[in-house]
Write a protein that binds this ligand. Structure first.
Ligand code: GDP
Ligand code: MG
Ligand code: ZN
Length: 357
């Protein structure tokens, strides 16, 4: 059963120490404050964190949807305790709603990030660029999905403009209303792979998931979670099995301010590599032929996976190519921070002068 959720030989290997400790593997399909739903070989279990994991989570953050975990199951009761989280291959990260410092993993171990934006009047290239930058940082492959093509006079022209900005990643035009483009979208979802949909609220992400499933599973802006017709729709983030074999995670709208700063996401996913690079003899080591290069050493000894290293390099280059965006992003974050400080200042001053409001 967990094979459907993407369980692989590589994961089995990473899990070995946990298997020896008597734990069972599982994948978190829903992460909520109190309850995690975990897919395991004995079914979907409702899981809580062990005391130790809860303690660790205070620093390292909570396990997220898509995480592979080591658990002890009480299959009879349908419950489990989570003891450990396997290292993440990729992660889509955003700033926690209540803080600029804390990062929150929206989806872990994803292969494709669908950056969804609609082809109506709201189409905003700058915003798309920022979503794309965040998608690149996840470590997964970004694919741009332009929705509601039926609302545009010239979807192809718009798509061509966006393709230049999307720097080589695929751009797909869809219209669920007209049944256009779902096939091309499916081509990017390989069985066993995990995809996540990101984008502003209202661009049509949940509608897309329902179209892929062939049923109204996700609540859309037309069909609410508590639907009068009693349909069982949901609005929480959930890893859903697609009929074709892949997995998809819908997300509620992510606001631009929630997107992380340029390099933070990359560091979250490739922390080990960055730590490794600090051990190089030279500060500006190119990790090529320099003597005393810790990265080369780790590659030679097999400690660092060559493919992962290549992926990291590719992403670093792409991030560098997005340098302009990075600056603009930093400026914008700073502008917003100042604006909110000013607002806060004005309202306290007003309260002092006029305590009645
Ligand atoms: N015209 C048109 N409207 C669409 C299409 N797809 C979704 N919508 C509408 O867009 C609105 C938002 O859709 P929803 O899936 O809830 O967006 P989400 O917030 O990104 O999940 C709803 O009213 C949908 O009916 C489409 O292909 N064409
Ligand atoms: Mg939605
Ligand atoms: Zn080096």
């Amino acid at each position: 059963m967990i094979e459907q959720y993407g369980w692989s030989d590589a994961l089995r290997l990473a899990f070995e120490p946990h298997a020896r400790a008597g734990y069972t593997p599982g994948r978190i399909i829903v992460q909520q404050r109190l309850e995690n739903l975990v897919a395991t070989d004995v079914g979907v279990l409702s899981a809580r964190l062990s005391g130790r994991l809860r303690h660790e989570a205070r620093e390292a953050g909570h396990p997220a949807a898509g995480d592979w975990v080591a658990l002890s199951a009480n299959a009879g009761a349908g419950t489990a305790t989570l003891h450990a989280v396997l290292p993440r291959r990729t992660a889509f990260v955003r700033r926690a709603a209540d803080s600029v410092q804390t990062l929150q993993v929206i989806a872990a171990n994803i292969d494709v990030v669908f950056v969804v934006t609609s082809l109506n009047a709201d189409l905003n290239p700058r915003r798309l660029e920022r979503f794309l930058a965040a998608a690149w940082q996840s470590g997964a492959r970004p694919v741009v999905v332009l929705t509601k093509a039926d609302l545009s006079d010239q979807p192809e022209v718009q798509a061509a403009e966006i393709a230049t900005l999307a720097a080589g990643c695929p751009v797909i035009i869809v219209s669920v209303r007209q049944g256009v483009g779902l096939g091309s979208l499916m081509e990017h979802i390989t069985p066993g792979e995990t995809c996540v949909l990101i984008g502003s609220s209202g661009v049509g992400k949940s509608t897309l998931v329902n179209a892929l499933l062939g049923e109204e599973r996700m609540a859309t802006q037309d069909i609410r979670a508590a639907d009068a017709r009693g349909r069982h729709t949901t609005s929480h983030r959930q890893l859903i099995l697609l009929p074709g074999g892949g997995l998809i995670l819908d997300t509620p709208g992510i606001r631009e301010v929630g997107l992380i700063d340029a390099d933070a996401g990359l560091s979250t996913v490739f922390e080990d590599i960055e730590r490794l690079a600090q051990d190089c003899r030279f500060r500006d080591c190119g990790h090529d032929t320099e003597p005393g290069c810790a990265v080369r050493g780790a590659l030679d000894s097999g400690l660092l996976d060559a493919e992962r290293w290549a992926h990291f390099q590719k992403l670093s280059r792409e991030l560098a190519a997005l340098g302009v965006t990075k600056d603009r992003m930093a400026q914008e974050v700073e502008r917003r921070r100042l604006a909110s400080l000013q607002r806060a200042y004005r309202s306290t001053k007003k309260d002092l002068l006029d305590p009645e409001g």
